[in-house]
Design a protein around this ligand. Structure first.
Ligand code: G3H
Ligand code: ZN
Length: 284
């Protein structure tokens, strides 16, 4: 069933595992992620960036596509549809009105007081509809769609505590050195801050830029209160690699089902691997 993230993340935090947010790019991504979740008996968060939402037709199309698959695939595990990096109150409201069960308001690039104000407005509307809210502090490096960073800024633990207390968000993404897209070298995550922020705020934490983070760092992050890990690029790479391989092997192939089908399998395999790594398998 479609649910908000609140219960799944609180359970994950208490249980010492993390729920994956896997981003949707098209129908095949959605199918693969839902099939993986059902097979693994894992809760799952479907992340939709504004850009991916536009690509798929709009928020309403996304919600109806997901709802259709939940029925056709007889999905029984908890599923959240989450706006990833919502850029404004209006975008968050649009997603909520279309049927999203969770939103992220990313006002992290605005001054602190403005971040608090915008986030509070989103929380007020979202909570009145039973929708969960994620906010961000600091800067995640790299680029994802419209979200482009010049550098990495680590979140400040004091500000994190204040943001959580003054806004009533359900979960917080403190940027602590993670990057959207592939890493150049090993990531250098601020675990000291993560531990401090987890303890000071009490809310489950979110780790963006999940692609390419070594397993030991994933485990450390979970032990410091990270209960949600976002992955997009890794699935995109797996899918593109498979399409290249299949088309290169047969220059006569033109039926999209013949190359997107294998790509869908590659995404599913990748997602299953992440669910096992994050410890969410068998938790639904
Ligand atoms: O918001 C989405 C994620 O942070 C995805 O990051 O593409 O590096 O896995 P990634
Ligand atoms: Zn992100």
């Amino acid at each position: 069933p479609l649910v908000s993230m609140t219960e799944m993340l609180n359970k994950a935090k208490d249980g010492g595992y993390a729920v994956g947010q896997f981003n949707l790019n098209n129908l095949e991504f959605t199918q693969a992620i839902l099939q993986a979740a059902q097979e693994e008996k894992s809760p799952v968060i479907l992340g939709v960036s504004e850009g991916a939402g536009r690509y798929m037709g709009g928020f309403k199309t996304v919600v109806k596509m997901v709802e259709g698959l939940l029925e056709d695939y007889n999905i029984t595990v908890p599923v959240a549809i989450h706006l990833d990096h919502g850029s404004s109150y209006d975008k968050c409201k649009e997603a909520i009105d279309a049927g999203f069960t969770s939103v992220m308001i990313d006002a992290s690039h605005h001054p602190f007081e403005e971040n608090i104000e915008t986030t509070s407005q989103v929380v007020e509307y979202a909570h009145s509809k039973g929708v969960s809210v994620e906010a961000e502090l600091g800067t995640v490096g790299g680029q994802e769609d419209d979200v482009i960073a010049d550098g990495v800024i680590y979140a400040d633990p004091k500000e994190c505590q204040e943001l959580v207390e003054r806004t009533g968000i359900d979960t917080l993404a403190p940027a602590l050195g993670s990057v959207h897209g592939p890493y150049k070298g090993e990531p250098n995550l601020g675990f000291k801050e993560m531990e401090e922020i987890g303890a000071a705020t009490g809310v489950p934490l979110v780790l963006h830029g999940g692609t390419g983070i070594p397993t030991k760092d994933i485990q450390k992050a979970i032990s410091y209160g990270t209960a949600k890990i976002n992955v997009n690029t890794e699935n995109q790479i797996a899918s593109a690699k498979k399409v290249r391989e299949v088309l290169a092997a047969d220059s006569e192939m033109y039926d999209p089902r013949k190359y997107m089908g294998p790509a869908r399998e590659a995404i599913k395999t990748t997602v299953i691997g992440k669910m096992r790594e994050f410890g969410s398998s068998g938790k639904a």
